[in-house]
Ligand binder design. Structure first.
Ligand SMILES: Nc1ncnc2c1ncn2[C@@H]1O[C@H](COP(=O)(O)OP(=O)(O)OP(=O)(O)O)[C@@H](O)[C@H]1O
Ligand SMILES: [Mg+2]
Length: 551
């Protein structure tokens, strides 16, 4: 806040005051009419009449506290009239007498806040009573001066306020520009009808244009990645016709080949004339997008690493999974050989046995391929599968083993099940592992029937549940938390890989595999898989369809 003393008196006002003192000197017929200005520790002749015999020069300075007439006027804030200082005890030795000025009439001049500006006064080299009319005239002139000071101060305050506001605006503009730079967010305004477009500095930077250019919608479109152009154009067309807010992500392709990911959020508003305008922000989300992609990649890598803890795990998995086809091949090979060794070789049956060997060989190859893919984290082809048929096929495959182990089979398969989307070979492996575990769990059972119950049903919404129940030894509570870990086994010849592989497979299908205790002392293993939807294409994964994982 400035004090009034700091206010400069503009030249046109000085000129006006000059006219006033000239007139005063002429009308009052005195040699001096002055406007004095106090500038502690001095007082200065601010304006001096151009009149004959005037000893006071403009800008002349006198020290205060020397007994000047004006000092008394400023102190008392009142009129001082000295008709003849020479006969006045109080004024006999005042400094103006040296200049020959022996009579004085003056009024204080003050700023609107009461601070003293100085005085307006007339001086004469002769005795002068200054009649009432002259007094009034001087007072009037004083009021004119004070009115000028009032308007000057008002103008000054206004100017100061404008300056302050301007500085404030500049400051916030600088902050805004900095904030936009830091957050890589530009702002823009767009009047749909007039086509007027405003971009902030950061918007220019994001689009890669020179700030000196006047932005246009075409300029913005020129920077859009060709693959996203149709989307952007569509969004602009739609927003300008329906006047709805915009929220859009797309890519820019800059002339130097840089690709940027952009998110545009804009609010539709109507201007004073009711015309549609968009005010919005343009965010360069390239870094965030990259970080997100990195995160997804790291996550996938972590999931893969978690699956393949060691190379041994892969070897063990392959060994585990191809055991069955190998055993079947040996059995069929032996059968084929003995059929050929007969006195009259049964060529037809031997051919069947060898066909089975070929099938088993192919199956082993498929199993190896499927395990390799699982460990390499490659998405396996998934097709709609009738899980009841798959269960029946597997039971057929295991018939020999089931019979040899004296296990009877009970199935309760729901015929109205929807298909599941799965990799056939992998799902066969899971069912096979569960059946084999069930058979093994019933080996030691001698006091009750060995029953394998397989059921299928709709579970919750969208899910298909397959349960494999046995009447075996059941789950040991202290082991239940670990049975799905790789290499966890309670069997002398076991690898401990069966359940671990099975759970990986089911998780890879966005499903869930878990164990519970059976009704008949044994254990139940439950497989829950998302149902396929009729519209499912062959190559889409469950996650891509927006199906929530069960795990
Ligand atoms: N049906 C079941 N009843 C009781 N316990 C089971 C059953 N299935 C699995 N388990 C327990 O879980 C452990 C791990 O099973 P998993 O199939 O992973 O390996 P494994 O059967 O021991 O070995 P492998 O599969 O190589 O023969 C088993 O050793 C057993 O203790
Ligand atoms: Mg097993």
């Amino acid at each position: 806040m400035s004090t009034p003393e700091m206010i400069q008196i503009p030249s046109q006002i000085v000129q006006k005051w000059q006219d006033i003192v000239d007139l005063l000197a002429e009308i009052l017929r005195v040699p001096s009419a002055l406007v004095m200005k106090v500038e502690p520790p001095n007082i200065k002749v601010f304006v001096s009449s151009e009149s004959e015999g005037n000893p006071y020069e403009e800008d002349e300075v006198a020290c205060l506290n020397t007994g000047l007439y004006c000092e008394t006027v400023m102190r008392t804030r009142d009129l001082l009239l000295v008709p003849n200082a020479l006969v006045d005890q109080e004024w006999k030795v005042n400094p103006d007498i040296k200049l020959g000025m022996i009579s004085y009439m003056g009024f204080p001049v003050a700023w609107p806040n009461g601070d003293i500006f100085g005085t307006i006064c007339v001086l004469d080299s002769r005795r002068n009573e200054y009649n009432e009319l002259y007094k009034k005239l001087l007072l009037q002139c004083r009021d004119v001066l004070q009115a000028d000071l009032t308007s000057l101060q008002a103008r000054n305050e206004l100017e100061l306020k404008v300056l302050e506001r301007t500085a404030e605006l500049r400051r916030s503009e600088v902050y805004l520009t900095e904030a936009q730079k830091l957050s890589r967010t530009g702002s823009f305004g767009w009047n749909v009808k007039s086509g007027d477009l405003f971009w902030s500095d950061e918007s220019f930077r994001i689009f890669g244009y020179d700030k000196a250019l006047s932005p246009t919608v075409d300029m913005a479109l020129q920077r859009v990645h060709p693959d996203d152009l149709a989307l952007v154009q569509r969004t602009i067309d739609r927003a300008s016709s329906d006047g709805k807010d915009i929220d859009l992500e797309y890519r820019l392709l800059l002339p130097d080949g840089t690709v940027k990911n952009i998110r545009v959020v804009a609010r539709a508003v109507r201007d004073a004339a009711g015309q549609l305008e968009f005010n919005g922000a343009l965010m360069d989300v390239t870094a965030a997008k990259r970080a997100e992609e990195e995160l997804i990649r790291a996550h996938a890598e972590l999931a893969r690493a978690a699956r393949v803890t060691t190379l041994g795990e892969l070897t063990a998995s392959i060994a585990h999974e191809i055991n069955q086809p190998l055993a079947a091949m040996v059995a069929n090979g032996n059968a084929g050989l003995s059929l050929l060794k007969r006195a009259t070789p049964d060529v037809a049956q031997a051919r069947d046995a060898f066909t089975c060997i070929v099938d088993d060989g192919l199956r082993a190859a498929e199993v190896i391929e499927s395990i390799r893919a699982m460990f390499k984290n490659v998405d396996q082809e998934k097709t709609p599968i009738d899980i009841n048929k798959l269960v029946r096929d597997m039971l057929g495959l295991m018939l020999g083993e089931l019979r040899a182990s004296h296990v009877s089979v009970e199935t309760k398969l729901d015929d109205n099940l929807p298909d599941v989307r799965a990799n056939r070979v992998q799902l066969q492996q899971v069912i096979l592992n569960l059946i084999r575990n069930a058979i093994e769990a019933m080996h030691s059972v001698t006091n009750r029937a060995r029953v394998l119950r397989i059921g299928s049903a709709i579970h919750e919404r969208d899910g298909v549940l397959v349960s494999v129940e046995d009447s075996g030894t059941g789950l040991n509570p202290k082991d239940t938390a670990r049975i799905f870990d790789s290499f966890f086994t309670t069997k002398p010849q076991g690898t401990g890989m069966g359940l671990s592989i099975s759970r990986s497979i089911i998780r890879g299908h966005q499903g869930r595999l878990w164990a519970t205790s059976g009704t008949d002392q044994g254990a139940v293993f439950n497989v829950l898989l998302p149902a396929a939807r009729p519209a499912d294409g062959k190559t889409m994964s469950g996650a891509a369809r927006g199906m929530g994982p069960f795990v």
